[in-house]
Write a protein that binds this ligand. Structure first.
Ligand SMILES: Cc1ncc(COP(=O)(O)O)c(C=O)c1O
Length: 428
């Protein structure tokens, strides 16, 4: 009987009432090969999760990088449980809004003032609206992934439903290629409100790149926005801006801000954030207290304990052992590891007779079977311990051996027990 029988049944059922069967693209069956993957998780503790069939995994996705401390972190959950006794949402703001804003101001270099959203997309959309209002301009230069809303997603291959008039205002540039930003900015002089980028994702910033981006943005009268939805509270307590020493005009946060509770933030200096009072950035649940209690507990724990240092140290060990396995199997033409140790990527390339999608599917099939959840990234959590890294290393030892066999046979498809994933939508 299939290890994933209940997951499969639940997916069939979900697809009848939920388009895509999931609320989130990267949790959907488009990302997990049918027949060899779990589709529903029921429970998590620390860095471990259990699917609806009762299979246990060491999780390296961790709620899409939102769970930085671990599932059901006791400090965070105690704060949430305490807040739950007195109410979730009120008629007027709650003092927690002030306390969390002040905490972010204390931690993040660019932050003098802060507004909250729920998803990262709220924060990026808010930052872009602020930048447009502040500069009186419409165009935006983007680099990386910035969420589901029209202003950004219109610039990607998944732009159906976004009016052409909106799409035409967003221009993409290439990471570590300041010349590409220069070209974009000079294509419409004086029209750019913002340059927004993930300060780092797959590749580290080349020396001087982020500084050059800031200078180019400012020379063209645009604001520099760092999308720190993932890097914030993961690369350093003050985000990538602290780690790399480049302070943007605005920054956005989400994901790990509250260890998986839904809250995001836009932060910046008062002279720019003041524009928030003139635009409309307002929603019923912006001041929802459970997530703010979780945020405060998370940020205090980040300050109290060496969380980001531990993420980086364990992540670096993971990267080193994965790289050693790739080298030992002479798979360097097909696989490479990159990214920050707290958020590293295993990149797969085509090989003769094997598409990268077949190889990726094969890798996932083998890793899931060995109780490891990853989609090719390692989103480190403070709850990962040495034995969890050993579990991952042992799973990679086996899975990479299968990949090696497939590459040598020039026939990955022969090793698959499912249909390969398809290339649908790539943003990094
Ligand atoms: C860098 C970055 N920006 C924005 C977003 C959008 O955040 P959300 O999915 O919470 O709306 C994400 C989500 O993956 C992200 O990684």
């Amino acid at each position: 009987m299939s290890r994933y029988r209940k997951s499969e049944e639940m997916l069939e059922r979900a697809l009848r009432s939920i388009p895509l069967g999931s609320q989130t693209f990267s949790k959907s069956h488009t990302q997990y090969p049918r027949g060899v993957s779990p589709f529903f998780l029921e429970r998590g503790k620390g860095c471990r999760v259990w699917d609806v069939d009762g299979n246990e995994y060491v999780d390296f996705v961790n709620g899409l990088a939102s769970v930085t401390l671990g599932y059901c972190d006791p400090d965070v959950d105690t704060a949430v449980a305490r807040q739950l006794q007195s109410g979730v949402i009120f008629t007027l703001p709650h003092p927690l809004e002030v306390e969390v804003a002040e905490k972010i101001v204390e931690m993040v270099p660019c932050a003098e003032q802060v507004r909250f959203g729920k998803n990262g997309s709220d924060a990026t959309a808010g930052a872009i609206r602020v930048a447009r209002a502040y500069t009186g301009r419409d165009r935006v230069a983007v680099c990386g992934y910035h969420g589901w809303q029209d202003w950004y997603i219109g610039s990607t291959a998944r732009n159906r439903g976004v009016p052409a008039a909106v799409r035409n205002l967003t221009h993409t540039f290439t990471y570590n290629n300041a010349a590409s930003l220069h070209t974009v900015l000079t294509s419409h002089p004086g029209e750019f409100a913002a340059v927004i980028l993930e300060p780092m994702n797959v590749a580290a910033p080349a020396p001087g790149f982020l500084e050059e981006v800031r200078e180019l943005a400012h020379n063209h009268g645009a604001l520099l926005v760092f999308d720190e939805t993932i890097t914030g509270f993961r690369f350093a307590n003050g985000g990538a801006q602290e780690l790399f020493g480049v302070t943007p005009d605005l920054a956005t946060f989400g994901k790990g801000l509250a260890n998986g509770y839904p809250v995001s933030a836009v932060a910046g200096p008062a002279r720019i954030m003041h524009v928030m009072e003139e635009i409309f950035f307002s929603f019923t649940f912006g001041g929802e207290t459970l997530s703010l209690a979780a945020a405060l507990a998370t940020l205090e724990k980040l300050q109290r304990e060496p969380v980001v240092a531990v993420l980086a140290e364990r992540g670096a060990r993971l990267v080193a052992s994965l790289q050693a396995r790739i080298d030992a199997l002479a798979l360097g033409d097909v696989l490479s590891v990159s990214g920050h140790p707290s958020w590293s990527f295993l990149t797969i390339r085509d090989a003769p007779g094997c598409t990268l999608w077949e190889l990726k599917t094969l890798l996932l099939q083998e890793l899931f079977a060995r109780g490891v959840l990853t989609l090719g990234t390692h989103n480190m959590s403070y709850a990962h311990r040495d034995d969890d890294l050993m579990t991952l290393d042992a799973a990679y030892a086996d899975a990479l051996a299968v990949v090696k066999d497939a590459v040598e046979a020039r026939a990955a498809a022969k090793f698959l027990r499912c249909k390969p994933l398809e290339s649908l939508f790539k943003v990094r």
